[in-house]
Ligand binder design. Sequence first.
Ligand SMILES: [Zn+2]
Ligand SMILES: [Zn+2]
Length: 147
Amino acid sequence: MPDMLAGQCLCGAVAYRVKAVVLAFYYCECVPCRKTTGSSAATNLKVAPVPIAWHRGADLVRLYRDRHGRHFSKAFCTICGAGLPYISRDGNALIVPAGSLDGPPPMAVGHRQFAAERPDWATLDHELPAYRGFAPTTDNGAQDVSS
Ligand SMILES: [Zn+2]
Ligand SMILES: [Zn+2]
């Protein structure tokens, strides 16, 4: 069943809506996520790929694609810098930063990924399933088509 996900950036200039199936909800503890969020981990929803409906500020959204290492991307509002949804570089997933949502996500956080890169000062739920890299399964029982 698809879920309706609606959100906006901090300053409100950019707003979006996405209707899609949520595959997973996770903490990513990789170094690039730490750097781009300025925090210990990113908290993202992995969603089956669909076009993003920008309700406001589509022209203000900038997409950064890192050239080295993993296929790392980040979309953000060019006014306030807040993270926004983007299609993964391979096109197999839509990544939605949970903090950009206006309402609660449709599932609880299910796992941690790139757990080996977690800094010592970070405190997260260590009881969650943890993977060295991308998780081999989704959090809703669906087959993961992106890895
Ligand atoms: Zn903004
Ligand atoms: Zn990451």
